[in-house]
Design a protein around this ligand. Structure first.
Ligand SMILES: [Zn+2]
Length: 66
């Protein structure tokens, strides 16, 4: 199933926030990383898979414009 709240390695992050690696989760490991919007989603440095799928757990609060 495709979800608009998951991103793969190499894609551009669109929502700053906290992400969980689904590859690791399938193996019973919780791998949590924080990514910023505009950055390229990195590979997971924990699991054996180079192409990881990350799911947004919690979006970061929007920063107030200064
Ligand atoms: Zn992983």
């Amino acid at each position: 199933m495709n979800s608009s709240r998951t991103w793969k390695t190499g894609e551009h992050c669109r929502i700053s926030g906290t992400y969980r690696c689904l590859n690791c989760r399938a193996a019973g490991v919780e791998t949590i990383r924080e990514f910023e919007a505009g950055k390229v989603i990195p590979m997971c440095d924990v699991g054996p898979d180079k192409d990881a799928t990350w799911r947004l757990v919690r979006a970061a609060p929007a920063r107030a414009a200064t």
